[in-house]
Design a protein around this ligand. Sequence first.
Ligand code: AMP
Length: 284
Amino acid sequence: MKIINTIEEINEIINHLKKQNKIIGFVPTMGALHKGHASLLNEAKKLSDIVVASVFVNPTQFGPNEDYNKYPRSLENDIVVAEENNVDYMFVPSTLEIYPTNTLTTIHINKLTNIFEGKLRPGHFEGVGLILIKLFNIIKPNYAFFGQKDYQQTLVVKQIVKDLNVDTKIIVCPTIRLTSGLAISSRNTYLSEDELQQAGILFKAMESAKDIIEKGERNRSNINAAMRNVLLTNKNIKIDYASIVMAEDLTEPNIFQPGDITVLLLAVYLGNTRLIDNSLITFY
Ligand code: AMP
């Protein structure tokens, strides 16, 4: 595996690969690589000749009071994980390489970014959009791989790629979980031993919603209440949102119909750690 730090150097490599008609698979990450990232790298390897992973903690997607400074950084371990999972090129640019001091362009995404994660983290998806457009222009991947773990992000990315005619196919991969059901996340390192035990409650909340849907429940408020009731059995939980929404556009009909493809969206604080999760459900 080669580690590349500059845009100039990765440009040269990508140009060379393109001349050889190599299929490039790209996995953008913020590092602190874990089994969730590894699953994306493995999917990338299946569909591509060459796998490029980026490790960049993107400052523009963090709000002023968020965890940019304390976000886990573990480049040495990331190199091991990337090598073990067949990455060919690891792109690790500096902040200045990506955002020279004279950067003036921002991007704005309507509708999808004013709700749920976008509403609670103003500017977050604009930062995500900006870094991804930059990385897509640099890497020029045939495929880019994202985790369902960040469900709203997958919708935003697909929308940007469509709206801006980016010639990259977006592949969404399933969420990798611990046996407790907790979705693996770099931010899980913020949890104490005790909190880590408790964090399976997000999965339990989604299971309880699934249970009542299987028994015939169609009413959004009742389904949301089922999730809230489970979550609020833990006094350390503060709910940002726990909602069943249409998977396509995150809208919230009062009653769901047979054939509706929906997603349970959760964001909660467990102590001081913010956790998100989701699960897709089709109504029959
Ligand atoms: P991050 O480094 O947290 O920005 O994540 C990089 C990519 O890995 C994103 O597309 C995430 O959705 C994905 N990802 C993170 N955690 C998981 C997981 N547990 N399962 C699958 N994909 C994940």
